[in-house]
Ligand binder design. Structure first.
Ligand SMILES: Nc1ncnc2c1ncn2[C@@H]1O[C@H](COP(=O)(O)OP(=O)(O)OP(=O)(O)O)[C@@H](O)[C@H]1O
Length: 240
């Protein structure tokens, strides 16, 4: 698959398959085409050349900004996708409330409008909204980039738990190698101008066994890989 905006070739020779239940992370330097690739996967853009086949039934997307509707209360924001699917009101509110409680939001927060919530609470609501529709594919566009490290860590745990329960596949883009190593089964490295997938790494350790020490040690190894250094324009390491 290839993509271009006008005369600018943005993605070239992209051949990517996300299996059911699998978590795939795309890492690469700014401007290499990660968001474009995610938007293509979401069906928000059509490829210039080639095609995208999907057998996923229900996708949900989460962005760096929570993007909650300011005029709807938090509970109704979480239930939005269920409303679009014409789920009866009592059922959708019950499901939204249960999910929100699992994400650490209490009834008081659910009754508020998004502007009255902290950024962290808004992100919890955005994660609950994504899982409310029981997605078999979750698309994450730098979804945790704006959060502090404590909140990130908590939301990673919540994501892993809900994902395991729902069996959702994940396609995520991130600048953060630690985040990719924490969450993904496969890490695809992109380089830019035009964007290509230049390397692929499998992460065999189960997500539940990846504690901080494991992530730090793997990140230190990962950052030494020549393909990672080249993709991010880091100078080669001197031979020891
Ligand atoms: N709608 C658009 N119209 C024209 N050019 C675009 C459009 N969207 C993205 N581009 C260009 O495509 C290239 C890839 O952009 P994209 O946002 O996909 O990269 P990215 O890897 O996600 O970047 P970042 O990590 O900084 O968010 C950039 O050169 C960008 O300017």
């Amino acid at each position: 698959m290839h993509h271009r905006f006008g005369y600018q070739r943005v993605l070239e020779d992209i051949d990517l398959c996300v299996q059911a239940g699998q978590a795939v992370a795309l890492v690469g330097p700014s401007g290499c085409g990660k968001s474009t690739l995610l938007n293509l996967a979401a069906g928000l853009l059509s490829p210039w050349e080639g095609r995208i086949d999907s057998s996923f039934g229900q996708a949900a997307m989460m962005f760096q900004q929570p993007r909650l509707l300011p005029w709807k209360r938090t509970l109704d924001n979480i239930a939005l996708g269920l409303k679009a699917r014409r789920t009866p009101i009592a059922e959708r509110q019950t499901r939204a409330r249960q999910l929100a409680h699992r994400m650490g939001l209490d009834d008081d927060a659910l009754d508020k409008f998004p502007a009255a919530l902290s950024g962290g609470m808004q992100s919890r609501a955005a994660l609950a909204r994504a899982f409310a529709v029981s997605p078999d594919l979750l698309l994450l566009d730098e979804a945790f980039a704006a959060l502090d490290i404590g909140l990130k860590s908590e939301l990673y745990g919540l994501l892993a738990r809900e994902r395991a329960a729902a069996g959702s596949a994940v396609l995520m883009i991130t600048h953060d190698l630690m985040e990719a190593l924490r969450l993904a089964d496969r890490i695809l490295v992109m380089s830019g101008s035009p964007g290509r997938i230049v390397a692929q790494h499998r992460v065999a350790t189960p997500v539940g066994e990846r504690d901080d020490a494991w992530v730090f040690a793997r990140t230190a190894e990962f950052i030494r890989w020549p393909d990672i250094r080249a993709a991010f324009a880091l100078p080669p390491l001197a031979a020891t």
